[in-house]
Design a protein around this ligand. Structure first.
Ligand SMILES: [Zn+2]
Length: 254
């Protein structure tokens, strides 16, 4: 059966008989693996659509268990991502993040559109653009159904006014804001992963959730705040999504 879908290439590898296996985040079918004999190095229209950071339309032959790419054409090439190392690194982490969290064959059109918006924003960003990536990841948590609890203590349900600390603490282990008493209890059980940010982490999360991704092209968190936000998000996606992409990627300077 012939099908057609919009998509972004997540990765590719060589397989037998001069063919490649391309992993695509497709809008209609979610993450799929598709074989092709199109040579990426050639300058044909279809070859250009197989390059990284390209939004393309793919015509696929859908077999019982496999896909193969018949032809492809570029919709948007975010080629400017390759022109600056910061953009390139941030977009690479985005692609690796998507590859690590998506299940094969599970369509997530909303996340697909958000990923395109993220690539678009990164392609036009000046200087450090990691804040765009953090905002994308936090927005994705909601779509993936693993959003942390930000409205009350995860342990006892006490409201934000009764947390017992100047700034809210964040428990990665329990998945959200935690009060001083519950944090102390969690620590005695061992293996607790609790952050005590010197700023309001709820405000940062809400900031990421409430604004469109494009607005983060000119916003960057500074120094210690950026580092703490990165560590919290990194530990959180590792625990709840099994993704270690922020832990493994190169630390970007801010
Ligand atoms: Zn509590």
């Amino acid at each position: 059966m012939l099908v057609s879908t919009d998509g972004i290439v997540l990765k590719q590898r060589k397989i037998a008989n001069n063919r490649r296996m391309i992993v695509i985040f497709s809008k209609q079918y979610g993450k799929i693996s598709a074989g092709t004999s199109i040579n990426e190095k050639s300058r044909t229209k279809a070859a250009l659509a197989l390059r990284p950071f390209t939004y393309a339309e793919y015509d696929l032959f859908r077999g019982r268990e496999t896909y193969s790419i018949n032809s492809a054409s570029v919709r948007t090439s975010y080629f400017s991502i390759g022109e600056e190392i910061e953009r390139f690194e941030t977009a690479s982490v985005l692609i690796n993040y998507l590859d690590s969290i998506l299940q094969e064959g599970e369509a997530m059109p909303g996340l697909f559109d958000l990923a395109l918006e993220c690539l678009e924003t990164i392609s036009g960003a000046k200087g450090s653009c990691e804040t765009v990536l953090y905002a994308f990841i936090v927005k994705s948590l909601r779509m993936l159904g693993v959003m942390p609890e930000l409205g009350a203590c995860v342990g006892c349900g006490r409201g934000l006014g009764e947390l017992g600390t100047e700034h809210p603490m964040f428990s990665v282990t329990s998945g959200g804001i935690i009060c001083a008493k519950c944090a102390a209890g969690e620590k005695t059980e061992g293996n607790a992963l609790i952050y005590r940010p010197a700023f309001d982490i709820i405000e940062v999360f809400r900031f990421f959730l409430s604004r469109p991704l494009g607005s983060f092209a000119k916003v960057s968190l500074k120094g210690r705040v950026a580092e703490t936000v990165r560590n919290i998000i990194s530990d959180y996606i590792s625990r709840y999504l099994g993704s270690d992409v922020l832990r493994n990627s190169i630390r970007l300077e801010v």
